[in-house]
Design a protein around this ligand. Sequence first.
Ligand code: ADP
Ligand code: ADP
Ligand code: ZN
Length: 214
Amino acid sequence: MKIIMLGAPGAGKGTQAKQIAEKYKIPHISTGDIFRANIKNGTELGKKAKTFMDQGLLVPDELVVDLVVDRVRQEDCTNGYVLDGFPRTIPQAEALDAALEAIGEKIDYAINVEVPDENIVRRMSGRRACVACGATYHLVHIPPKAEGICDKCGKELILRDDDKPETVEKRLNVYHEQTQPLINYYTDKKVLVEVDGTVDMADVFAAIVKILGE
Ligand code: ADP
Ligand code: ADP
Ligand code: ZN
């Protein structure tokens, strides 16, 4: 099963993608996580990506596409994968489709997690991410057991720099301009499905399972 998660920053793509990956036993591929790992490790890619990420801008397509195309060709992706945060532009989607077509494959579902802009800023300011394992929490909706500490690995939880309100607003604009057109793109490909992302995270997941099958 090859799945793409679509939705505004903070819509809950990562939260749902992790559960999908676990239930259907497919890898969760998050381009944001890949960039953050590269930044942490001080790689060239990380240095380049950081300048864009800090400003709330997208990393240029040429830095993202090959990375993902190489990743989905790896052994563990033969039964499918869930892509989270990619594609984010029409050229990225076209490049992915071309790469898949070349090996006789295609995307099965593009799941659009719908959350109105008003909810997003609130969600992002409450998001806390683990510095070590990347687990995400929400101060109000999905709190960790102990304040500021990751349930999974015991390390520190932080507010991502790009989750500060001024950057979130910028990212939302970028989303509407560059990423939202993908909804029409995948509608035309007849793989778009939509779920309401404003309900409890368990209910969002139940709606997704209803679509993907038990
Ligand atoms: P969120 O989950 O909040 O939407 P991500 O973790 O997916 O954020 O992405 C963080 C940042 O990484 C983005 O704002 C962007 O700068 C960069 N990024 C991630 N994926 C892509 C992509 N496919 N194309 C361009 N930039 C990306
Ligand atoms: P994205 O990957 O789309 O940027 P995340 O999965 O990181 O979004 O979720 C953004 C924030 O909202 C996180 O703090 C997360 O814990 C929280 N969150 C995710 N899903 C829900 C939900 N259904 N209801 C309330 N908060 C949620
Ligand atoms: Zn952790």
